[in-house]
Design a protein around this ligand. Structure first.
Ligand code: MSP
Length: 656
């Protein structure tokens, strides 16, 4: 991904008249994480995002509102610009395809291709879909509707200009084969290759008659036509470099882009149209075109008609900017489809952020505040536990993270960071500093433990910065560090010991308040008392309490798979009075479930019992132990009794 010292990262330019949603936020946050990572590594980054402002839909919407299309665009653009500020997006420039400089580059390129005889005029008849702004062939269209949006299509015959895309077919196939990282992930690369190898690549219509569409860039060689939106839009990636980088004329040093991030639906336009356009223009191709997956919402396709469009603004207001950024990249491997639900989001915030990183910081600072007069103590005897944590933190920064960030495997990067968070919390549990604090005899050991905790947190601030920049900054400030993340802090290998003993800490607000799992509930403030790590919410035995109990449909209920399970073995989770680890048989499979029933039951009393579990709950970790389901129990905060069945039934029997 490296090209001298420059790194150029792009997002798609979004249609200006779309309402920004989770899909837009997803790509842009991912691009931001890469940009921040590469800046920390000391590279000169140009991170571009922007808006696609021409085309029929904008023209129609402006006409409907009775205003000039440019005025319409100017009114809508801030929706995106404001959202990017709110999401802490560090883009270096924001391109709009109505910028005069962009338009003139598009015209220049069109003229170049026309002069090289790579553009010709021809007549074309086909089925036209106004909504998708594209023609379909006879075989694509069934029952007179668009195969994509299912809206009626009309037969149109018109003269248009065509780009000789077809002639680049073999060259493109060879290129994709020669550069395995050119299209990622691999499954998408294979799709594109399959498409190119199995059918003849046709030429691309790159104009629209001005009589049908006026809101576009006029062709330089025929004023009766405007440029097809995709030709106009794709050129943004190079036109931007001519006029947007602050220090011109450095722009061209950034081309080719290191990575174009796109959604899977617009991969063909990038991998095929854009690549062949670049070949025709004699420009190098981008390093990687990475197609990410799509989000569904609560298991359903996201759409306006379903009224389930996820507004990133609302998510930030509700959960905080970093929690939302973290969730987007942690929940789903980049490249695969994923499902968004507020319940999943709350689980992540509470288990990973509040109980994991937030708790580690609050335990560390409270102990330093109470036992070291607010100053980072000096370490003394680095024992094997300290060495282990130090090794894990340093390897994370110097080896593991570069590997995953550079491969765009964000979820793996985050998993590996949270592995260190978990190790650190386990280290605290094992060394029990609150016990060490009780006698002067252990004072040296206590200082070492507290230093190790604080220094691990310093390393974690560097590791988490690209994804949760605001929290990483707060973490540093609370540790008393004046870390300036505008500096290339990861340029050189990170060494253990950056935190100087004697530094005064500034304990502040908790990094990630736990969220009560009530619909519409605002984040609550976490108590700052150091605690043993508390189980993730929702706790296995404490079903959510609903403020105003909403009704659900039978279909919604049917999504919850309840089953009987037979307890094969049970043991207490060390250092927890509440948690019991169960091995249960669910008929054809066995599961491990961690349940908060330890105050009510002794493990032995459970073996052989048939209980009821939620079988399709996403696995979660409780005190570092994976729980593959949840047991049902009566009671709220306190467990009153486990659910079982009156008659003996086989394990794995459905409960409804
Ligand atoms: N204007 C074009 C891109 C031109 S790039 C030269 C465009 N704009 S868009 O506003 O429709 O962009 C949509 C982006 O959001 C695409 O990358 C698309 O994949 C993404 N998503 C739209 N819905 C999505 C989900 N439900 N989930 C994830 N991303 C989704 O296309």
């Amino acid at each position: 991904m490296e090209k001298d010292n420059t790194v150029y990262i792009t997002t798609p330019i979004y249609y200006v008249n779309d309402v920004p949603h989770i899909g837009h936020a997803y790509t842009t946050v991912a691009a931001d994480v890469l940009a921040r990572y590469w800046r920390l590594r000391g590279h000169e980054v140009f991170f571009l995002t922007g808006l696609d402002e021409h085309g029929q839909k904008v023209q129609q919407a402006a006409a409907k509102a009775g205003i000039d299309p440019q005025v319409h665009c100017d009114k809508l653009a801030p929706q995106f610009e404001d959202l990017w500020k709110k999401l802490n997006i560090s883009n270096d420039a924001f391109i709009r395809t109505t910028d005069p400089q962009h338009k003139s580059v598009v015209r220049r390129y069109l003229q170049q291709l026309y002069d090289k005889n790579l553009i010709y005029k021809d007549s074309y008849t086909g089925w036209y879909c106004t909504f998708d702004e594209r023609f379909w062939t006879e075989k694509d269209v069934e029952n007179g509707v668009c195969p994509d949006c299912k809206r009626p299509v009309e037969k149109l015959s018109e003269h248009n200009y065509f780009f000789k895309m077809g002639q680049y077919q073999d060259r493109l196939i060879e290129y994709i084969k020669a550069y395995p990282d050119f299209i990622r992930p691999e499954s998408r690369r294979n799709e594109v290759l399959g498409f190119l190898q199995n059918q003849k690549l046709s030429d691309l219509s790159i104009s629209r008659p001005i009589s049908r569409l006026s809101w576009g860039i006029e062709l330089p060689f025929d004023r009766d036509y405007v440029t097809y939106v995709w030709f106009d839009a794709l050129v943004n990636y190079v036109s931007a470099l001519e006029y947007l980088p602050r220090e011109n004329p450095v722009g061209e040093r950034f081309w080719p882009a290191n990575v174009h991030l796109v959604g899977k639906d617009i991969l063909t336009t990038h991998a095929v149209y854009w690549s062949t356009m670049l070949m025709a223009l004699n420009l190098p191709l981008p390093g990687t075109i990475f197609a990410h997956g799509w989000w569904t919402v609560d298991g359903e396709k996201m759409s306006k008609s379903r009224d389930n469009v996820v507004d990133p603004n609302t998510m930030v207001d509700k959960f905080g900017v970093d929690a939302f950024r973290y969730f987007l990249l942690r929940e789903v491997p980049f490249g695969q489809d994923g499902d968004f639900s507020q319940a999943a989001m709350i689980t992540r915030v509470n288990s990973d952020l509040a109980n994991g990183l937030g708790n580690l910081l609050s335990r560390t600072l409270t102990l330093i505040e109470r036992t070291q007069a607010n100053q980072i103590p000096a370490p003394e005897l680095m024992g094997p536990l300290e060495q282990e944590l130090r090794g894990a933190a340093v390897t994370l920064l110097n080896e593991t993270l570069p590997h995953y960030f550079e491969r765009l495997e964000f979820n793996r990067a985050l998993e590996s960071i949270w592995h260190v968070v978990q190790l650190a919390n386990q280290y605290v549990d094992k060394t029990a500093p609150w016990t060490l604090a009780k006698t002067d005899r252990d004072a040296a050991q206590l200082r070492t433990v507290l230093y190790t905790m604080a220094e691990t947190l310093r390393c974690l601030s560097l590791a988490t910065y690209p994804v949760i920049p605001q929290s990483a900054q707060s973490l540093c400030s609370q540790l008393g560090l004046s870390a300036d993340f505008a500096n290339p802090l990861l340029k050189d290998k990170v060494e253990w010991g950056g935190l100087k003993p004697g530094t005064a800490i500034h304990k502040g607000q908790s990094l990630f308040p736990r969220i009560e799992n009530k619909p519409g509930a605002k984040p609550v403030t976490e108590s700052s008392v150091p605690s043993q790590q508390t189980p993730a919410t929702p706790t296995p035995t404490a079903p959510q309490t609903l403020s105003a109990t909403p009704q659900i449909t039978i279909d919604e209920f049917a999504k919850i798979q309840l089953k009987t399970a037979k307890v094969l073995s049970a043991e207490r989770v060390p250092k927890s009075e509440k948690l019991i680890k169960l091995h249960v048989s669910v008929g054809t499979e066995q599961r491990q479930i961690v349940a908060g029933i330890g105050k009510k039951y002794e493990p032995d009393a459970l073996v052989g019992k048939t209980i009821v579990i939620v079988a399709n709950l996403k696995p979660a970790k409780l005190m570092g132990i994976e729980s593959q389901g949840m047991v049902l129990a009566a009671g709220d905060a306190d467990v009153r009794g486990l659910l079982t069945v009156l008659e003996e039934v086989d394990p794995g029997t459905k409960v409804k």
